[in-house]
Design a protein around this ligand. Structure first.
Ligand code: GLP
Length: 241
């Protein structure tokens, strides 16, 4: 694991964007693993600037989102399909047909999860996975106790994650109770991983992930086993290291 500590979130976004742009420049058809949440928004803004200025061309790249809520329509502004379309696909000039999000509305959930895994495999695999981290150490929606070798599946959101994400909805009651998420095994298949975290609310999770024992109780700790994982944190998020 490579740990990069930067003064602030803007610097972190620049570092992460540089890593991602390098992959896409070397391989225009690169497959990007896409995270939602607020953590990678600065990185996406940096990449959007590169796309707009013509520095990096994302039009041949593909994307696979990490996760999706179950039970809200894809058109809902807080569905991850809508967030990825808004924050990533359009701004980076990616081809919407090449950007995939798990189908949280599927009637056959296990089949939809298997199909998502098959689609990632068929793409040739994720070249670089962008990750945030939850305050409880989750990545994607792999909550504490997730199997370290898990694949895409349905999960129940913990009360803490629902409370953390309530800011995106009108009320806590509106936050979905379930989600589909790539598993930790799925995420670990990516060739490179870049995790971004900012702010003191993430300090304990970052320390547990980077310096704690590898444990299902801190899902992000599995990244210690990844050969090419970079953790980009600002000073506040690095405070417990
Ligand atoms: C969300 C997402 C994760 C994200 C994490 C942190 O629920 N499923 O992919 O990394 O929680 O969110 P944020 O970046 O907003 O703090």
């Amino acid at each position: 694991m490579e740990i990069v500590i930067v003064p602030d979130s803007a610097a972190g976004a620049r570092v992460a964007a540089r890593l991602i742009a390098r992959v896409v420049t070397a391989k225009p058809t690169a497959v990007l693993g896409l995270a939602t949440g607020s953590s990678p928004l600065g990185t996406y803004a940096e990449l959007a600037e590169q796309a707009t200025s013509g520095t990096t061309d994302f039009s041949a790249a593909s994307g696979f989102a990490l996760d999706e809520y179950v039970g809200i329509p894809a058109e809902h502004p807080q569905s991850y399909a809508a967030v990825i379309d808004r924050e990533v696909t359009r701004r980076l000039g990616m081809d919407p047909a090449r950007v995939h999000v798990p189908d949280g509305r599927a009637t056959e959930i296990p089949a939809a999860c298997d199909a998502y895994e098959a689609a990632i495999r068929a793409s040739g695999g994720v070249d670089i996975q962008i990750l945030g981290i939850g305050a409880n150490g989750h990545i994607g929606f792999n909550e504490p106790s997730s199997s370290l070798s898990s694949r895409t599946r349905i999960k129940t959101l913990t009360p803490r994650t629902r409370a953390d994400n309530a800011r995106f909805f009108d009320s806590l009651d509106d936050v979905p109770t379930h989600c589909l998420t790539q598993g930790l095994g799925t995420i670990m298949d990516a060739r490179r991983i870049v995790l971004v975290a900012q702010g003191s609310a993430k300090a304990a999770a970052v320390a547990a992930a980077v310096e704690g024992p590898v444990s299902a109780m801190c899902p992000a700790s599995v990244l210690q086993f990844h050969p090419h994982a970079t953790v980009v944190v600002d000073e506040a998020a690095a405070a417990d290291l």
